[in-house]
Design a protein around this ligand. Structure first.
Ligand code: FES
Ligand code: FE2
Length: 422
């Protein structure tokens, strides 16, 4: 459990808070490049770390992320007209380029005045089909060297959608290995040929081990697997990146990027290091059976008032995630269709910001406790964020791999040595 004060510290991302500073010390995935498909296309409304933003792609093809409201009198630039060098505010015609620089004031006779206007804008770069943003000050670090970041396009798939909780609630679900055997259990798991499904079903109470890495830690789970052991290493990187192992399916990684304190962009990164993503996997993804959920790209007004343009899940709290009680009795724990729908039903149902002062944690929550401790250590320690910035400066702290394997040894150190991770 966490005190109310520590929970607030962990969950707050607004400018001026320690959490806000932590997120502003790293490159964040902001939107898919495909959301800005060509120069002059429709702008995209974003909210990140409590700030309302607008993503545009100007005539040169460059993407930019600028404040969402016009510097003149605060009209929403989203309704502006895209022109060669920027976006023209629909209200009185001021024009802004991709760096937020005002280049024209239609209703001002002094043509030099616009030189004094510079809106808030952030550094961006595009890589792996993603527009990345750095919202901090000072020298940005290198982009994280995730194992997927340089893969050919046909070996990697990034998707993003809305989760209506604080970011940490989603991030916790990612490393909460023991829920898989319950929440995501179906009758099909027992006969699955995908090794991890079979063994997570047959041994629902694994033994957990934690080992630190440069950016976070490995959560290691050992399950009984006939006469051997089924080992899984999930990689967690502060404050909210993960890589989830899979022996017979593309690997999945996720990021929980705070929209504000009560809403989150959930990112999924699926990849295969040695071959193109295969059609059965792409068909599975298209059904919304796991990550992403079944969803629709559309404008959405958040409970906190802001408008954003992103993918909105079809199964939501206000339709009970389309639970099928009959299916729940006969086939699956939840009767809810997709894996992410099942996760969101639990995590969104805990409230926008879970009250962690009213929990009863047990030994299988060790990875969650460790993640909280790691983030709080960064936020609370004198110079903690500066030290974290040093650790991630060249991006290599994120160059780690998850593991999913059946082996005879039962000792964690022997297992790690066999993987070259001792
Ligand atoms: S509010 Fe945008 S130009 Fe006046
Ligand atoms: Fe889950």
């Amino acid at each position: 459990m966490l005190s109310v004060e520590k929970n607030r510290l962990l969950c707050s991302v607004d400018a001026g808070t320690p959490g806000g500073e932590l997120f502003r010390s790293m490159w964040l995935p902001a939107l898919l490049s495909a959301q800005l498909p060509n120069p002059g296309c429709s702008p995209v409304r974003l909210k990140l770390l409590g700030e309302e933003l607008l993503a545009i792609r100007v005539g040169s093809g460059k993407a930019g992320i600028i404040q969402s409201r016009c510097a003149h009198r605060g009209a929403p630039l989203f309704f502006g007209k895209m022109e060669e060098e920027g976006i023209r505010c629909a209200y009185h015609g001021w024009v802004y380029d991709e760096n937020g620089k005002c280049t024209e004031m239609m209703n001002e006779p002094n043509k030099n005045l616009c030189r004094n206007v510079k809106m808030r804008s952030y550094q961006v770069q595009e890589k792996a089909g993603i527009v990345w943003v750095f919202m901090g000050s000072g020298e940005p670090p290198a982009l994280p060297k995730f194992p997927w970041i340089d893969l050919p396009q046909d070996q990697f798939l990034a998707t993003v959608w809305l989760q209506e909780t604080n970011w940490f609630q989603g991030a916790e679900g990612e490393i909460d290995s023991s829920h898989v055997s319950c929440l995501h259990r179906t009758n099909a798991n027992a006969t699955s040929t995908r090794v991890h499904r079979h063994y997570t079903y047959s041994d629902p109470s694994p033994k957990y081990f934690i080992r630190d890495t440069n950016a976070g830690f490995m959560s290691i789970a050992r399950r009984n697997a006939d006469n051997e052991f089924y080992w899984r290493i999930t990689q967690w990187m502060a404050p909210m990146f993960s890589l989830i192992p899979s022996a017979a399916w593309p690997i999945g990684g996720r990021a929980w990027i705070p929209i504000d304190n009560e809403n989150t962009y959930c990112w999924d990164f699926s990849y295969s290091k040695d071959q193109p993503l295969q059609q059965p996997f792409l068909d599975f993804v298209a059904k919304g059976a796991a990550f992403p959920p079944e969803y629709e790209y559309k404008p959405h007004q958040l409970n906190t008032g802001s408008m954003i343009d992103t993918w909105i899940p079809r199964r939501r709290m206000d339709n009970n995630y389309l639970i099928d009680r009959e299916l729940q009795q006969t086939f699956s724990t939840t009767g809810i269709y997709g894996v992410n729908d099942q996760d969101r039903a639990m995590q969104e149902g805990m409230g926008r910001i879970a009250d962690r002062s009213k929990e009863m944690l047990i030994s299988s929550d060790i990875a969650i406790v460790t993640a909280r401790r790691r983030v709080l250590d960064i936020l609370e320690a004198e110079g903690g964020i500066a030290k974290f910035r040093e650790r991630i400066a060249d991006g290599t702290a994120f160059a780690v791999d998850p593991v999913d394997v059946v082996l005879p040894m039962d000792g964690v150190d022997d297992f790690l040595a066999a993987q070259g991770l001792a």
